[in-house]
Design a protein around this ligand. Sequence first.
Ligand SMILES: Nc1ncnc2c1ncn2[C@@H]1O[C@H](COP(=O)(O)OP(=O)(O)O)[C@@H](O)[C@H]1O
Ligand SMILES: Nc1ccn([C@@H]2O[C@H](COP(=O)(O)O)[C@@H](O)[C@H]2O)c(=O)n1
Length: 211
Amino acid sequence: MKKKPIVIGVAGGSGSGKTSVTKAIYEHFKGHSILMLEQDFYYKDQSNVPFEERLKTNYDHPLAFDNDLLLEHLNALLDHKSIHKPIYDYKLHTRSKDVMLVEPKDVIILEGILILEDKRLRDIMDIKLFVDTDADLRIIRRISRDMKERGRSFDSIIEQYLSVVRPMHNQFIEPTKRYADIIIPEGGHNYVAIDLMVTKIQTILELNAIL
Ligand SMILES: Nc1ncnc2c1ncn2[C@@H]1O[C@H](COP(=O)(O)OP(=O)(O)O)[C@@H](O)[C@H]1O
Ligand SMILES: Nc1ccn([C@@H]2O[C@H](COP(=O)(O)O)[C@@H](O)[C@H]2O)c(=O)n1
């Protein structure tokens, strides 16, 4: 009988370095049986909402996400079935028309600002990480990334940060730190924490292979 895949959750504030940590772990096992599932790709579809309205959506509130679909997909992968993962477009603020076929794998890394907020998701995770980075570093990283990669202006990033991102972080994201098994300071360049995670995953995979 096939072993249940290992699910690792990587949470943390926007700009904390979640994606960098996730990619570092993923790269280590690349070519092996591992996949990444980004909660951001499961923002609710807004293709029927006018663009001007999409600009006003609160993307840092738990209700912005379609966690039901995320859960459905996770359960399918745990059942060794493939899924059609949505693709998210940060410039258009909605899902793209395309989807991505994702085959089931032995290790699933689930990454997102609010993945530890939903008990249903927490209960599926074998290891829960929280990437913990000070707010000043997070906003500096976010400005740089959102201007380069997400088509945002400096003014729009600051306005969104002060009105939504910061208060939602304090209300919903920061409190989920208490659910984490491991807290990783500073994110993507914390090679000690990344190496520890890689070793842990390797051990679980080796045990699964012999048991
Ligand atoms: N430890 C770090 N030091 C400096 N920059 C970092 C570090 N970790 C991540 N970054 C950079 O900060 C930005 C946001 O990181 P990212 O991993 O996308 O964060 P998140 O997924 O939590 O929003 C990226 O441009 C990334 O290259
Ligand atoms: N249309 C959107 C959707 C999301 N965001 C912001 O993305 C952040 C989460 O992604 P990270 O990679 O930074 O974790 C979240 O804080 C949203 O504000 C957005 O700006 N526009």
